[in-house]
Ligand binder design. Structure first.
Ligand code: SAH
Ligand code: SF4
Length: 376
């Protein structure tokens, strides 16, 4: 009798241990897949392999992206077996909100914890024409730009498509409370999107799908530090997504000083690739230009910009430098930006000045995570 009781207790504790292990794995996303990883074709394929009708994929997409459910059990037009299957194999929500900072100007910066404990940030900005979400594409960044907080923390890993989709969905679900919509998505948070090419493109396809969030390609902007291979592949896709290139200087020696990528993918190589991109897509290019006092705001910089822009349909988006506590760069006044803007205009160069968002909550690329990582 005693032996039976001991065996019973042992079996029970083993069951608990196994359950805990499975639970931990689920939490870490090992055992379960992330449903936001799948584009419409992949969900169709999933239906076929499960002997379901292909059109069910569209219904699942509608539940996920239009009705925005948090639980498979709410997908009432699926049969019980399929709901159970999805519930056993897939997760929907994967982001844990670590902090949420609200700026005086209404910008909201979210710091999310991923299932492996890594931190990323996502920013919600309100423009006159609607809400814009800035997503991260990697944990950290390997490009090492000197002026950037993200570049100071090396890349830990790429984000999966689901982890990028989840950022948009999290914010959209927050906006649902006041019947508002995400109008624009900019891939300008932590990371270099072309260093995580496949996942980022899959992310774009998912949020662009007419059966899902249906975010128009023209409402999506991808910003790159200028990885030539990425720009070439991106041109071939024939998407109407906007491309922004972080230029910051049209003088090779200066650009190389602040952006290590320029030592390899330098301006002379970049220009023909941009011309080819434009020939293929007919899309206007944005050149981002962080104004760094005393570094790239001189007359020679304007002359170089004029020459680099020749033949391209593009404009310069002047970005006021967001201080990252680096003694190499001096904080810039908005007036300096206006002065530079006027000079560009006088030289026949199209330009805009980026609106400042959430300066009081460290809204520059990667800043919040950087502050947090230093503290930890
Ligand atoms: N890796 C991509 C996208 C993320 S960075 C890229 O470099 O384009 C997004 C934008 O934020 C880039 O234009 C980058 O130059 C800018 N940025 C980075 N650090 C900044 C800072 N301290 N102040 C202002 N803009 C910054
Ligand atoms: Fe990376 Fe972009 Fe920051 Fe450069 S500016 S380090 S490419 S995130």
């Amino acid at each position: 009798m005693k032996m039976i009781v001991i065996a019973f207790i042992w079996l029970k504790s083993l069951k608990i241990k196994l359950f805990k292990r499975r639970y931990d794995k689920i939490r870490q996303g090992d055992l379960m897949d992330l449903i936001y990883n799948l584009n419409i074709n992949e969900i169709e394929q999933l239906m076929i392999t499960n002997n379901e009708k292909k059109y069910k994929a569209k219904q699942i997409f509608e539940w996920l992206y239009q009705k925005r459910v948090n639980n498979f059990k709410e997908m009432t037009n699926l049969n019980k077996k399929m709901i159970e299957y999805l519930d056993n194999h897939y997760l929907i929500n994967i982001l844990i909100e670590e902090s949420k900072l609200i700026s005086q100007d209404g910008t909201i910066k979210y710091l999310f914890k991923l299932s492996d404990g890594n931190l990323i940030e996502t920013v919600l900005m309100k423009y006159d024409h609607g809400y814009s979400v800035c997503v991260s594409s990697q944990v950290g960044c390997n490009m090492g730009c000197l002026f950037c907080a993200s570049g100071k923390l090396k890349k830990v890993r790429d984000l999966s498509s689901a982890e990028i989709v989840a950022q948009v969905m999290y914010l959209q679900k927050e906006l649902d409370a006041t019947q508002q919509r995400v109008h624009n998505v900019v891939i300008m948070g932590i990371g270099e999107p072309f260093d995580n090419y496949d996942n980022v493109i899959n992310f774009i396809k998912i949020i662009n799908s007419p059966f899902g969030l249906a975010l128009g390609a023209r409402h999506i902007t991808l910003s790159t530090s200028g990885i030539i291979e990425g720009i070439k592949k991106f041109s071939e896709l024939d998407l109407q997504v906007n491309l922004a290139l972080s230029l910051h200087s049209a003088i090779d020696s200066k650009r190389s000083k602040i952006m290590p990528i320029n030592k390899k993918d330098h301006l002379e190589l970049l220009k023909p690739v941009l011309l080819a991109y434009q020939k293929k897509t007919k899309r206007r290019l944005t050149f981002e230009y962080i104004l760094l006092k005393g570094f790239n705001d001189q007359d020679v910089d304007i002359v170089a910009l004029k020459s680099f822009l020749k033949g391209l349909n593009a404009y310069i988006n002047i970005i006021p430098f967001n201080d990252i506590n680096d003694k190499n760069f001096i904080s810039i006044k908005r007036n300096d930006c206006y002065y530079f803007y006027q000079k560009l205009k006088d030289n026949g160069i199209n330009a805009t000045i980026r609106k400042d968002f959430g300066n009081d909550i460290a809204a520059a690329c990667g800043q919040l995570r950087a502050q947090r990582e230093v503290k930890l």
